[in-house]
Design a protein around this ligand. Structure first.
Ligand SMILES: [Zn+2]
Length: 275
């Protein structure tokens, strides 16, 4: 049930490391169900699966060899004991990090920075030296990775315990309950969302301003663009779709209550909107 995006384990407490595969990739019915309940599937096709696996392999190598204890590792990536924040604030296009998973993921935590660096290093036919030639900080991380993995090739992992992490047969809840629990988690929406809605829609006018102009409720637009917005938000900020969807639905509800509209003429023929 582990999510491939999350760290596999917190190093100090765990002695066995494994790569968790999301259960919804195990069967097409589950994949369809996940798409329906969450709205988006990550890591679905071969290219994406390999991209995630390379990242997760970075975590495994880190924990198995306890690289995070090395001074050089800490110098490159920072301390692994830094708090792991789900709501991180990346600097888009930062040249200090490699780019691999969506959402500037390397900026989430030193452990993710390492895993992303490892993934780039491991990508077949990628000339990372050329790609990062003008990004000295990111290149130094890749060089550390190259140097370290070369040494590791002749050494056994420090951690070799292979105890089962979790027995699937012992799970006491159903798939349906799993999704219900996800949806029922308390969400503290940020304050000021009404102000954001106003900033987006107010200039487009009130329904009574131009009686001859066809208008639709703003909530309809937000709901229609839900899937695209979730994918784009994930790509550009790393905010997970399952967290974005409740926010968008809340925004749509607020738009109904605060009565925002948009002119249909601003909607482009391909279904997207210029708003
Ligand atoms: Zn990770």
């Amino acid at each position: 049930m582990n999510d491939v995006k999350k760290p596999i384990a917190t190093p100090p407490q765990k002695s066995t490391f494994a790569i968790g595969i999301p259960f919804y990739l195990a069967h097409p019915d589950l994949t369809d169900l996940h798409a329906e309940r969450i709205g988006i599937i990550e890591g679905f096709n071969r290219v994406e699966v390999l991209r995630y696996l390379r990242h997760e392999m970075g975590h495994v190598v880190n924990y198995a060899y306890r690289l995070y204890e090395q001074e050089a590792w800490v110098k490159c990536f920072g301390s692994i004991t830094q708090p792991y924040l789900e709501e991180y604030r990346p600097v888009p296009f930062s040249r200090r990090y490699v780019r691999h998973l969506p959402g500037w993921y390397a900026q989430k935590h030193p452990d993710e920075d390492w895993a992303e660096t490892f993934a780039i290093w491991m990508t077949p036919n990628l000339d990372w030296r050329a790609e990062y030639a003008d990004r000295p900080t990111a290149l130094a991380k890749l060089n550390y990775c190259e140097k370290t993995t070369t040494v590791l090739a002749d050494h056994e992992p420090v951690t070799t315990v292979t105890e089962l992490d979790e027995e699937v047969g012992e799970l006491t809840y159903s798939v349906d309950q799993y999704y219900k629990n996800l949806a029922s988690g308390e969400i503290n929406f940020p304050v000021g969302l009404d102000g954001s809605l106003r900033a987006i829609f107010e200039d487009l006018g009130n329904p009574e301003d131009h009686v001859n102009v066809s208008r639709k409720p703003a909530s309809a637009l937000i709901r229609r663009l839900e899937r695209d917005l979730m994918a784009n938000v994930f790509r550009w900020t790393g905010h997970f779709p399952e967290r974005t969807r409740p926010l968008l639905r809340h925004l749509a509800d607020r738009a109904d209550l605060t009565i925002h509209f948009y002119p249909i003429s601003r909607t482009q023929p391909n279904g997207s909107s210029s708003i």
